[in-house]
Design a protein around this ligand. Structure first.
Ligand code: B12
Length: 217
């Protein structure tokens, strides 16, 4: 039955997909299992789009299905939101890329972990990232990128942050479907993954470590 969700998403059956997802959530499906089913459905839509079998409107609908299911699933609910944050993450989707589903999932999960997140949104220019780092002095700069065409802007961002000396005592993190270790060679990036849990874990470990160091001084 749960595999049916993949086909409902791939066939853009919004209402049926939401109803089945709701039933699966109520029947206690594991978050990771539900997440993988949705990603498989989106991958099928992506393939159809690549083969010209569906169009931008279909991508939009598939995004809506994913957003509503992820919202219902409420990944990683945790009570200590907002009280005494363990650190600050500045998050944004790079310039010329308007995909935000992945970014929003990460932002929600980081906030649920008691991390203060400043969300710059999508299509964020390099200058805007640089300015925001100067203003907010975050511990981590997290960038989301799904569009291959936007990789050059990631390179520009790395160089701009380094040139301005804004990578001292902070980390630059990249994630999103574009992440590919062989393809992306950006020396300023400390860590890259398109795995949700790896990304959350990296932030938690780095921020807790940094906080312990500062409390020892
Ligand atoms: C939904 C969708 C859209 C929606 C987005 C809605 C929204 N609100 O975001 C809309 C309709 C806007 C859209 C538009 C377009 N799209 Co589109 N889209 C998709 C689709 C189907 C799903 C993407 C998605 O949301 N995945 C789900 C999220 C959860 O996955 P994710 O982003 O990878 O995020 C996860 C991890 O990577 C990680 N993560 C994400 N960010 C970060 C950051 C950090 C720091 C960390 C640690 C982790 C992390 O956490 C998330 C959870 O695990 C993909 C196909 C696919 N399966 O990927 C095509 C796809 C990405 N789109 C594509 C294209 C070509 C376009 C358009 C150019 C189409 C057009 N002609 O207009 C436009 C581009 C607009 C632009 N400039 O950005 C291509 C991109 C090809 C490429 N590699 O460059 C794809 C791959 C489809 C295809 N196969 O051709 N799209």
């Amino acid at each position: 039955m749960k595999e049916q969700l993949i086909e409902l998403i791939a066939d853009l059956k919004l209402d049926e997909a939401e109803v089945l997802a709701e039933d699966l959530i109520k029947s206690g499906i594991e978050a990771q299992v539900l997440y993988d089913l949705v990603m498989e459905g989106l991958a099928k839509i992506g393939k159809k789009y690549e083969n010209g079998e569906c169009y931008i409107a279909d991508l939009i609908v598939s995004g809506m299905i994913a957003k509503s299911i992820f919202a219902h699933a409420n990944f990683d609910q945790d009570e200590n939101t907002g009280k005494n944050p363990i650190g600050t993450v500045l998050f944004g989707t790079i310039y010329d890329d308007i995909h935000d589903i992945g970014k929003d999932l990460m932002v929600d999960a980081l906030r649920n972990k008691g991390i203060h997140v400043i969300d710059l949104g999508v299509d964020v220019k390099v200058d805007k990232f640089v300015e925001a780092v100067k203003v907010h002095q975050p511990d981590i700069i997290a960038v989301s990128c799904v569009m291959t065409n936007s990789i050059p802007y990631l390179q520009d961002l790395g160089i701009a942050l380094e040139t301005e000396g804004l990578l001292k005592n902070r980390r630059l993190l990249l994630g999103g479907a574009v992440v590919n270790q062989d393809y992306i060679k950006i020396p300023q990036i400390d860590f890259m993954t398109n795995n949700f849990y790896e990304g959350i874990q990296y932030c938690e470990i780095y921020l807790k470590g940094k906080r312990e160091c500062s409390s020892d001084e």
